[in-house]
Design a protein around this ligand. Sequence first.
Ligand SMILES: C[S@@+](CC[C@H](N)C(=O)[O-])C[C@H]1O[C@@H](n2cnc3c(N)ncnc32)[C@H](O)[C@@H]1O
Length: 232
Amino acid sequence: MAEKRPKNLDPFWQRLRRKLRWRSGRGWNAHDFARRYQGTDDAWSYRNSPRHQRRADLLMAALPRETFGAALEVGCAEGFLSEYLSARVAHLIACDLSREAISHARENCKGFPQIDFRVADIRHDFPGEELDLCLFSDVLFYLSQREIEATLKEAARRIKPGGFLVMAQEWKDYYSNLTPPSHVLSRLDASADWVLSTDITLHSINGVGYLMIAVYQRTAMSGGPAQGVGFA
Ligand SMILES: C[S@@+](CC[C@H](N)C(=O)[O-])C[C@H]1O[C@@H](n2cnc3c(N)ncnc32)[C@H](O)[C@@H]1O
């Protein structure tokens, strides 16, 4: 059965502000997620969801190595994937622009003291150096095209040559004011910083969309300075 379009949690004025911001080339901000994180520690209904369990399994299976040294998870929300990743990584930083999400993540992942949870907006504050792995799961679509360009440039500076950038992205037919994953692929493909490491995989979601997983490897080319937003 086709999945129903979820109810938008935000009031009309907030959606309008977001739309205008989007049209001026700026992506979502912490206010856009505030309502979602109120009064729950499972804001995205990941816990006990067979579909999200399968998504996590697919993602873990797609990682190009069994274990990694230093890794960054961008947009970790309440730590659902962080738990899985932590089993494969010696040092994991997991960041999110939402203070509430990080506070829930610290609580949810109490049994995983090795995960370093941080509040950070990846557009202005990219944590970690000499990374072996950087995971962007269901997060880059909240950034505008200009912000994605700058973030990928910064990722190239932070990920070691030979290290990996993994993008996992769900995309559904009715999405709006979001950047599709095909745009991210086109920017990665156009850059000398990255080379596609394994075949891109597409997994259908209930007949209304797909989950895309793409793994790129950092080449030995110079990353160069990020242009456009945030980064000095
Ligand atoms: C849909 S959840 C995805 C959670 C997790 N990555 C996963 O795939 O299970 C998106 C998360 O990305 C965070 N986010 C959005 N834009 C961000 C940014 N610019 N920097 C850091 N986190 C961001 C949101 O706050 C939200 O918690």
